[in-house]
Design a protein around this ligand. Structure first.
Ligand SMILES: [Zn+2]
Length: 480
């Protein structure tokens, strides 16, 4: 057992000695006004640019904007870098104009992830060897996870996502409580989609999920339902799921048509292709989120459009696992492009947990047949994802919206050089030079990362814990 756990819970140890105590003394962009008990009222002063979809869903790159926030909600966005709000109504000022300034974007939204799998990073499938064997080996290692492992992996995952500007994640996994605990610790906005049918957790069931749905107001994360694949569920289980979706109006997600083999499994079991079967079961509606959705027929894509089903495109994962090519041009042709969000999947299926590189991957994957505009990719990571996941007023920098914000240094290779006469070029630069870390990050009006350091987690301790946790798994598996 590690030394740090002798006297404390893992949770307490991870919070301990958080680097912000030291760093706060060196703040230069932060000015605390007076001696407030809480930092409820925040003024982001004179950001070099604010990039956001507007109320008409057009992406804007707005120079010199200030943002006033109270209790986690954006109250005002105004032009200029003057303090127009009386100082007695401000607890903290973040100077976003200094030293070339800061670009502020909405926090990104990751529509598909398996956070505990972070602990399995060294089984990354880009390694040599056959992909099928590697996935099988990884699953054996995953089956050895227990106790704190799920929580530790999820903390590793959420904090890495936060560093790349992500503030909301849909987690699809077979455990609920460890995800809830990690979300609470990192203050990450999490849709906690609990697998009601699971090989690794045979006790999971729709009945167990109802316990979480009933008590949803008690949780920090937002409960939702999941199954791994459609063909693994029985008709009876699907009936129970439909009841829960209708009764509690919750999201229901699954891996859908990721490979041709799974489509065939579905046809063998239910006599229909994936989306057709879901429509028949009464599960096709705007609460349904299908990840991958690679092998859909054009008729199924029409059903996706008709029933307003949310789709999560995972181009890197599809490439690594040789799943096939998502039919984005057919989504465009059938008017369904507005229903597509992006996701990272787990560290087994992607290089780093960020969406900027995923957006670039999408653009490259489809460029021979369909140009995907940078502005459209930006919406897929922000406003459009928020709509698909029914997040309410999230994903835009407008009054009334939740203050989930990512702060990026302008004087950085990720942006410069850009065309000052066409600042929209910043979006293309950001995506093509993507995969970098934020300078600061705000979730629900609270700074989670300041001066590139996490405020809630001691990252060096986290690395040690993850490393030891990973080797414990290998030992349990009997690896030499
Ligand atoms: Zn997945």
């Amino acid at each position: 057992m590690d030394i740090i756990l002798k006297n404390k819970t893992l949770e307490a140890a991870l919070q301990d000695e958080a680097s912000y105590l030291l760093e706060r003394q060196k703040h230069t962009r932060y000015e605390i006004v007076g001696s407030p008990k809480e930092m409820r009222r925040v003024l982001i002063l004179g950001a070099a640019f604010v990039i956001t979809a507007d109320k008409d869903n057009k992406v804007q790159v707005l120079p010199r904007r200030s943002i006033y926030i109270i209790d986690g909600v954006i109250k005002e966005v105004y032009a200029g870098s003057k303090i127009k709000i009386p100082r007695n109504k401000i607890d903290i000022i973040y100077d976003a104009s200094k030293r070339s300034g800061i670009v502020v974007t909405p926090g990104f939204i990751n529509a598909h992830a398996h956070p505990p799998m972070y602990l399995l990073r060294s089984s990354m499938t880009l390694d040599k060897g056959n992909i099928v064997d590697q996935v099988a080996k990884m699953a054996k290692l995953e089956a050895k996870m227990r106790g704190n492992d799920f929580f530790l992996g999820a903390v590793g995952d959420f904090t890495e996502e936060q560093k790349t500007g992500i503030t909301t994640t849909l987690s699809h996994y077979a455990v609920f409580d460890p995800i809830e605990k990690a979300a609470r610790l990192t203050r990450h906005n999490v849709i906690n989609a609990f697998s009601v049918v699971s090989n690794t957790h045979p006790k999971n069931s729709p009945k167990l999920a109802e316990k979480y749905l009933k008590n949803k107001s008690k949780y920090f994360s937002r409960p939702a339902l999941a199954i791994h694949y459609l063909h693994r569920a029985s008709l009876e289980q699907l009936k129970q799921i439909k009841k829960l979706v209708d009764k509690y109006n919750v999201l229901f997600t699954m891996h859908a048509a990721e490979t041709e083999v799974w489509v065939q499994e579905c046809v063998n079991k239910f006599g229909q292709r994936t989306v057709e079967a879901l429509a028949d079961f009464g599960l096709a509606n705007s609460n349904l989120i299908l990840s991958h959705a690679v092998h859909l027929s054009e008729e199924e894509i029409r059903l996706v459009k008709k029933y307003k089903i949310g789709i999560v495109h995972l181009p890197t994962s599809n490439k690594i696992h040789k799943s096939g090519e998502f039919k984005y041009p057919l989504f465009v042709k059938n008017g369904g492009a507005g229903q597509v969000a992006l996701g990272t999947d787990s560290v087994i299926s992607k290089n780093s947990l960020d969406l900027l590189s995923e957006a670039l991957q999408m653009r490259i994957m489809h460029q021979d047949r369909q140009l995907v505009l940078y502005e459209d990719l930006f919406k897929m990571m922000t406003s459009q994802a928020a709509e698909i996941l029914k997040l309410g007023k999230v994903g835009r920098i407008l009054p009334g919206y939740r203050a989930d914000l990512a702060f990026w240094k302008l004087r950085d290779r990720g942006f410069m050089p850009y065309n000052e006469k066409q600042p929209v070029s910043l979006i293309g630069n950001m995506i093509t030079h993507g995969g970098r870390h934020v300078r600061d990050l705000m979730i629900n009006g609270e700074f989670i990362i300041t001066n590139r350091l996490h405020n809630l987690i001691n990252e060096s301790k986290l690395m040690t814990e993850l490393q030891e946790g990973h080797m414990r798994l290998r030992k349990r598996l009997g690896d030499k």
